[in-house]
Design a protein around this ligand. Structure first.
Ligand code: NAD
Length: 362
């Protein structure tokens, strides 16, 4: 039986407790489907600082090298302690450092509105279809405006600033292939987002996406200008299934779609390098004020497990089993504090109970 090696790196704050629930659900999958997952625990962020005086120690790097996938929690300390030795530069030296270490270039961010939780969404209820809404963003992470040359200089007696946006055809091709492969498997349609009426990088983006699309005649796709896409995401969110876009547009649009589900506790994400190696982490932070009270929502971390099974281990049925179990638990009325509104049929539960309920349903 093949063994799947997972680096479990919970980090700080709520990271440890939501990872406990994610592992519970993983164990339920292991039992039901007869897989064998080998988990090894690693330290990062403030938790690593306490032991190693480093936010991303060599031991954790070796653990990543050993693993087939990384299941990550979140890092960071309380706002009031940000200037202390333990927390200063923590995020840069841990989450940004691990992303760099692994060479992650593609980011996937699902934003799902469960129909039973549509009242929590910033979207008007009538914008959410009866069976809910799910938009998956494919964002390029390694090039574009954030990685070009940044200069501030004097000219004509005043200050100027310049940021260079550069994209290579290979980089665009890699993420486009990634999205089209996924769309071929799922039957979803792709909105490729750019600003091709103005930018050369966007014209190249379109050209390469069109080339890639030729190899996927069964996948339906359209080009969208980013300004129109932002507007239609709010007006007609159900027009979108997969969004494929470059770094800056993806940063902004994924923050927009992250407001749709109604709680950070529902938002998973995944990032991949050129070899397809994946790191899976919830979109939220370490929420230190809510840590260790058994109140936080573990669903984002549990949905990270589903993404890991699907994308790193090719276990589609197992991923669907987790997603269905999450949805059924919500349908059955169970809510952690962030989802609970004292409505009829709702039962407030703690972190561990939410994990148990989902694991049972798997
Ligand atoms: P946060 O995401 O931790 O919390 C924002 C709000 O969302 C809080 O009210 C919190 O209680 C809520 N929330 C977050 N996750 C939740 C969950 N699973 N269930 C229910 N509610 C949840 O953001 P913050 O408070 O601005 O930052 C706290 C720390 O996290 C800081 O040190 C920050 O630097 C760090 N941070 C880390 C990451 C990361 O590890 N990728 C991302 C963002 C922030």
């Amino acid at each position: 039986m093949p063994q799947y090696k997972i680096a479990l790196i919970p980090g700080d704050g709520i990271g440890e407790e939501v990872c406990v629930e994610a592992v519970k659900v993983l164990k339920a999958v292991e039992k039901k489907y007869g897989h064998s997952f080998e988990l090894k625990h690693g330290l990062i962020g403030g938790a690593a600082w306490d032991v190693h005086k480093s936010h991303f120690p060599d031991e954790t790097k070796s653990l990543c090298d050993w693993s087939d996938a990384v299941l990550f929690g979140s890092v960071g300390g309380p706002v009031a302690e940000q200037d202390t030795e333990k927390w200063i530069n923590c995020e840069r030296e841990s989450i940004l450092a691990i992303r760099k270490y692994l060479g992650l270039t593609v980011n996937l961010r699902p934003a799902q509105v469960f129909p039973e939780l549509a009242h929590l969404s910033v979207l008007k209820a009538e914008k959410v279809p009866e069976n809910g809404l799910e938009i998956l963003m494919f964002r390029e992470l390694s090039q574009g405006l954030y990685f070009g040359e940044h200069t501030t200089y004097e000219k004509d007696g005043q200050k100027h600033a310049r940021d260079i946006c550069d994209y290579s055809a290979d980089t665009i091709r890699f993420i486009a292939e990634f999205a089209f492969r996924a769309a071929k498997q799922s039957g979803k349609k792709i909105a490729s987002v750019d600003k091709a009426n103005v930018l050369d990088t966007s014209r190249l983006w379109r050209e390469v996406v069109d080339e890639v699309a030729k190899n996927y005649p069964e996948v339906s796709y359209e080009h969208w200008l980013v300004d129109n896409c932002a507007q239609q995401l709010v007006k007609n969110p159900d027009w979108f299934e997969y969004i494929l876009t470059e770094n800056l547009f993806g940063d902004i649009l994924s923050d927009l779609t992250s407001t749709f589900p109604g709680s950070l506790g529902l938002l998973a994400s995944a990032s991949f390098n050129q070899e397809g190696f994946g790191l899976y982490e919830p979109s939220g932070g370490s929420a230190p004020k809510r840590a260790n009270q058994n109140i936080i929502n573990p669903i984002a971390q549990i949905l990270c497990v589903a993404m890991m099974l699907r994308h790193s281990f090719g276990m589609e049925d197992e991923a669907i089993a987790i997603e269905k179990a999450v949805h059924q638990t919500i349908k059955d009325g169970y809510r952690t504090y962030d989802l609970y509104r004292e409505l009829e049929g709702e039962t407030k539960v703690g972190t561990d109970q939410m994990g148990d309920l989902i694991a049972e349903r798997v």
